[in-house]
Design a protein around this ligand. Structure first.
Ligand SMILES: *Cc1c(COP(=O)(O)O)cnc(C)c1O
Length: 388
């Protein structure tokens, strides 16, 4: 127990992850030894270039894409912005209507708001109490001027997995492009862009034990999506800017490691998750598990505790060096209830009584037990206080 207290218990892996030490080792020489610009002609630069291309092949095969369909970006947000804005502009003669959902990450939602101000029309699909979109609703909302559907693979707050393959099929039936933000799902569930009818897919390195500031957008070779960042001719003239070579190398390594351990990690994390869920629901009364009972990503758990301020619980867990997150997004000092929790039908109070715990393969059963003990203790204390 003393040992546990010495270090943080990190249960916020949906926010970011620890970079694997092997990833750092792989990256280091590309800062100091092989620092050449992969776009240069001399053979010294060839070392970094070939390493970038190796990472690209590794990443492409992880989603059954071609290497030339992988475009390195600065992360999930840039990939989301690119997919939406560039598609909207390229297709504006054909139509200015885009369909997405109410539970997307802000990388999508705030980009949609930006497009709305510029004359585009966005339909935000409702979700059910589990966070699932309805395929019927989706199809009903497709119009002749719809150019893009963007639905996330796994939700970052409640972990629900959307029926991506079926959504892609409907999109293609109507000749509409399909984008998915797969930041939380990548390397946790199998993704095959061909089989799942995906035209564009966003991924971020730092959510998969890679470095921050690197990610990619997969673009199907048949989808003629123009550049978003303009400048040099990198990435087949579609994404300008000198390659983030160490970042790309690191992400490639993280993908290699995760692919090797995917099944093991999934089983390990699911075991931890089931233990966490079982203990919390059994031992903390008036608690609700949010998200879908079975259609969920392995590592995200969201609980609502009746009559508890999630924000307060989070701060008190922090005193035991336990890192979790609340369901809310802090905006300029005021705490707004999460749009995701409101969309699954919670009122403001219930939405604010929520915390999210997101696990990784580096967590242990001891950490989970300690965390549940503390949650139980704090929730009891807070509830008793509000009674007196
Ligand atoms: C974290 C996250 C992003 C943003 O990725 P960055 O690399 O931090 O820009 C986008 N979408 C989802 C679902 C995320 O969880």
């Amino acid at each position: 127990m003393a040992n546990i207290m010495k270090d943080y218990i990190y249960l916020d892996n949906a926010a970011t992850t620890r970079v694997y030490p092997e990833v750092i080792q792989e990256m280091l020489p590309y800062f100091t030894e092989f620092y050449g610009n992969p776009a240069a002609v001399y053979s010294f630069a060839g070392v970094s270039k070939s390493k970038v291309e190796k990472a690209r092949r590794e990443i492409a095969s992880s989603i059954n894409a071609l290497p030339k369909e992988i475009y390195f970006t600065s992360g999930g947000s840039e990939s989301d912005n690119w997919a939406l804005i560039a598609t909207a502009e390229a297709k504006k003669e054909q139509g200015k209507h885009i369909i997405t959902t109410k539970i997307e990450h802000h990388g999508i939602l705030h980009t949609c708001e930006y497009l709305e101000k510029r004359g585009y029309e966005i339909t935000y699909l409702e979700v059910d109490q589990y966070g699932l979109v309805s395929l019927d609703e989706l199809e009903k909302n497709i119009r002749p001027d719809t150019t893009l559907i963007s639905v996330m693979t796994a939700n970052n707050e409640i972990g629900t997995l959307e029926p991506i393959q079926k959504i892609g099929k409907i999109a293609h039936k109507h000749n509409v492009l399909f984008h998915t933000d797969a930041v939380q799902a990548y390397l946790k569930v199998d993704i095959d862009v061909k089989e799942m009818n995906i035209d564009m897919l966003s991924v971020s390195g730092h959510k998969v034990h890679g470095p921050k500031g690197i990610g990619f957008l997969y673009i199907n070779e048949k989808a003629k999506i123009p550049a978003f960042i303009h400048g040099g001719a990198q990435e087949r003239q579609r994404r300008a800017g000198t390659h983030n070579v160490p970042g790309i190398v690191g992400m490639g390594k993280a993908v290699e490691i995760a692919e090797r351990n995917m099944l093991n990690n999934k089983q390990k994390i699911e075991k931890l998750r089931e233990h966490l869920i079982k203990r919390v629901l059994n031992e903390v009364p008036d608690t609700i598990l949010n998200g879908h009972p079975t259609e969920r990503v392995s590592n995200i758990v969201s609980f609502s505790f009746k009559n508890i301020e999630g924000e307060m619980l989070l701060i008190m867990l922090d005193q035991y060096k336990i890192c979790v997150s609340s369901g809310s997004a802090c905006t300029a000092g005021s705490i707004d209830p999460s749009h995701v929790l409101l969309a699954i039908g919670k009122d403001k109070k219930a939405a604010k009584s929520t915390i999210r715990l997101s696990l990784s393969d580096e967590n242990t059963i001891e950490e989970i037990d300690f965390t549940v003990d503390k949650i139980k203790e704090i929730v009891n204390r807070l509830r008793n206080m509000s009674l007196s």
